[in-house]
Design a protein around this ligand. Structure first.
Ligand SMILES: [Zn+2]
Length: 81
């Protein structure tokens, strides 16, 4: 798991209190990625897949709004906001 860093403002938590305001949003994945995820879970993979993105408290709502989109599309939209 990657340490928290907001995908919009790249802010990272500086103290305990801020840490708790950072949340992970899970975006949609396609069938191939679902298969990959199942395989990784079986192998005990502990990396951070690109469809899990960190958001700070301020940007969490923006991330959640796009959570139904495929992560690639959501990522592109987030970069252009
Ligand atoms: Zn942010």
């Amino acid at each position: 798991m990657r340490p928290p860093s907001c995908v919009i403002c790249t802010r990272t938590p500086q103290d305990e209190e801020q840490y708790s305001s950072f949340k992970i949003v899970r975006f949609s994945i396609d069938a191939d990625e679902e298969a990959l995820e199942r395989e990784r879970a079986r192998d005990g993979w502990v990396g951070h897949p690109p469809w899990l993105m960190w958001f700070c408290g301020e940007h969490l709502a923006q991330g959640e709004e796009l959570a139904d989109l495929h992560w690639r599309e959501a990522g592109e939209r987030l970069r252009t906001t």
